[in-house]
Design a protein around this ligand. Structure first.
Ligand code: CUA
Length: 161
């Protein structure tokens, strides 16, 4: 089969570009230890009471591991009565927290400062990410998806003690 020389250059250029993007992605994952956010389940946003999000909050599940269920809505994150509003989530340093986040209404974001966690929070969908908190400190959680007038005040804190 004859392939025009320029066409072949283009094919190589495209393949090289894709390869570079892929390499950059892999490098990011390896170097920064990013855990890719992944949708792990579906829920009915009109009936979260019947789901694992009925009682949002942080649970200790053994070892250094915690599970956090968080409901995003206009315009706050609900992490249970213990965390308050805006929520303050407390975990000891060295904890590994498995976040499950969903939305009750519209699309929100779930970004944790200094931890490259950046979830899209979509009604009906459960977004999940695992974060290891090695260093004590206060890390802001912010909604980074524009969601209306209260967007700027939609935040919370993770306090690593
Ligand atoms: Cu919720 Cu922006």
């Amino acid at each position: 089969m004859h392939i025009d020389r320029y066409e072949r250059y283009w094919l190589i250029a495209v393949a090289a570009t894709l390869g570079a993007f892929f390499a950059a992605l892999v490098a990011t994952l390896v170097v920064f230890g990013v855990s890719l956010p992944s949708p792990v389940g579906r829920v009915n946003p009109q009936n979260l009471e019947a789901s694992e999000f009925a009682e949002p909050g942080v649970r200790y599940i053994g070892g250094n591991r915690y599970q956090a269920h968080i409901v995003a809505r206009m315009w706050q994150f609900d992490a249970g009565p213990e965390a308050g509003a805006p929520p303050k989530i407390r975990v000891p340093a060295g904890s590994e927290v498995n976040f499950f986040v969903t939305s009750k209404d519209i699309i929100h974001g779930f970004y944790i400062q200094n931890h490259t966690i950046n979830l899209e929070v979509i009604p009906g969908q459960v977004s999940q990410a695992t974060v290891k908190f090695n260093r004590p400190g206060v890390y802001q959680i912010v909604c980074n998806h524009y969601c209306g007038t209260g967007h700027a005040v939609m935040y919370g804190e993770i306090i690593v003690e």
